[in-house]
Design a protein around this ligand. Structure first.
Ligand SMILES: CC(C)(COP(=O)(O)OP(=O)(O)OC[C@H]1O[C@@H](n2cnc3c(N)ncnc32)[C@H](O)[C@@H]1OP(=O)(O)O)[C@@H](O)C(=O)NCCC(=O)NCCS
Length: 181
């Protein structure tokens, strides 16, 4: 899918949100590793990221050519500040109405309105792709993310008390949330 929008951040700077391209592969890979090292709330550790920059480029291009999936890259001052995307839960008929959402922003850009803008962009793309609901899971201690999701209308539909096992903090409870589109 394709998407492009410019927004003004809370610090007055402009951010560009657009679908990823092959040329973004190396930087997106670096930012993926950095965001996953900065927080213990994401699924993978940087050493578990099996994507090379070339594979990341292919992944981004595939998403852009997809009719119902997208990876949106946020640029501030021409540099990648974070990414967010939607992915179909499954291609079988009975699952094709469901999409999953994921987001990661570099710490230096937190609190500027980027998370909200990226999430809204993904919600719009999920609607455009014809999904009936957008889903996510979030670590129960991740107050900032939960607040963002609730603000945009996501509701909790369940919990997994031992959803993640963190190398640092042990078991982490996962909250499952969805947004009806
Ligand atoms: C969670 C995350 C996406 C939020 O992005 P952000 O750009 O900092 O958020 P925004 O500035 O757009 O804020 C939007 C809303 O999020 C919530 N929020 C953001 N930071 C918050 C904080 N420190 N405490 C509480 N709520 C917060 C608020 O509801 C805020 O709305 P408001 O400005 O009206 O109060 C970002 O912190 C991040 O990438 N974290 C690391 C990765 C991660 O946790 N991903 C989610 C995995 S489920």
């Amino acid at each position: 899918m394709r998407y492009e929008q410019k927004i003004t951040l809370k610090n007055g700077k402009e951010a560009l949100l657009r679908n990823g391209s092959g040329a973004d592969g190396t930087e997106v890979c670096e930012v993926f590793n950095a965001t996953h090292a900065e927080t213990d709330y994401l699924l993978t550790y940087p050493d578990e990221n099996s994507f090379t920059p070339e594979e990341e480029s292919e992944y981004l291009e595939k998403k852009t050519e997809s009719p119902n999936e997208i990876e949106i890259v946020a640029f501030v001052d021409g540099k990648v500040a974070g990414t967010a995307g939607i992915e179909q839960v499954g291609s079988k008929d009975k699952l094709s109405h469901r999409a999953e959402f994921g987001i990661g922003i570099l710490k230096e850009y937190w609190g500027l309105g980027l998370g909200e803008a990226l999430t809204k962009a993904c919600i719009q793309c999920a609607k455009d792709a014809g999904y009936a609901q957008l889903e996510l899971n979030v670590v129960a201690e991740n107050a900032a993310a939960i607040s963002l999701y609730k603000k945009l209308g996501f509701v909790e539909f369940g919990r997994n008390p031992r959803g993640f096992k963190s190398r640092i903090s042990g078991y982490q409870e996962l909250i499952y949330m969805l947004l009806e589109l």
